[in-house]
Design a protein around this ligand. Structure first.
Ligand code: PAN
Ligand code: ZN
Length: 198
């Protein structure tokens, strides 16, 4: 048995920043412009203001293997691309039956979930809310407020991340601003799997 030493890290509950971390993952608009419904709005932002930082992930350094509990925080910055609120890329776990918990720390947002056969669900997130992502649900977070939305996530070490499925198909619903409030609308870019259409 390869015995690990117990350890701790520090989580700043106000900002969502974990220290120490080996490497912070930063996702900019250019990493995901095709994921927003209004791609021309994304292009305009890139041309006029440059490459906007959408979110940062602070992962605690652990081996991605069965038995571990991986955990990280995400800080999702406020803003919109066209009328669509800033969001994470979103993913399924490679092992589809691996669940996850999200704990809201700061700001407010929405946890959007979707199954492989197109069922959708969502949970409103704020400081103190524990959201459960059951096995088989893809998940994406959206910042619907005007301050950074931060949350802690924990998931099994052997889950793996499948980004490709969401990259090609998208989520069925998107969150857009209408009259100052977030509303769900159908994603015009959503692609149902061919076998679901049949
Ligand atoms: C989270 C996410 C994090 C960033 O830790 O990885 O919020 O979102 P994307 O991974 O979709 O870019 C998680 O769900 N881990 O499994
Ligand atoms: Zn996940």
């Amino acid at each position: 048995m390869n015995l690990m030493q117990p350890f701790s890290t520090y989580l700043d509950l106000e900002s969502g920043v974990i220290t120490p971390v080996d490497h912070v993952i930063r996702r900019h608009l250019s990493d995901m412009c095709h994921m927003y419904a209004d791609e021309s709005a994304a292009q305009r932002i890139l041309e006029t203001e440059g490459d906007r930082l959408i979110y940062e992930v602070y992962p605690v350094d652990l081996p991605e293997e069965e038995g571990q509990v991986l955990h990280s925080t995400t800080v999702l910055h406020p803003g919109r691309v066209g009328s669509e609120y800033h969001m994470t890329k979103g993913h399924f776990h490679v092992k589809r039956d691996r669940a996850e918990i999200y704990v809201g720390l700061a700001g407010e947002g929405c946890l959007l979930m979707q199954t492989g056969d197109g069922r959708v669900s969502s949970v409103k997130m704020a400081r103190g809310i524990i959201a459960y992502v059951p096995p088989y649900w893809a998940h994406r977070t959206v910042n619907t407020g005007d301050v950074p939305f931060a949350f802690l996530a924990a998931w099994p070490g052997d889950s793996g991340h499948d980004y490709g499925t969401i990259e090609t198909r998208g989520f069925a619903k998107i969150l857009v601003e209408r009259g100052g409030v977030p509303v769900f609308v159908d994603n015009p870019k959503y692609r149902i799997e061919d076998r679901e259409r049949a």
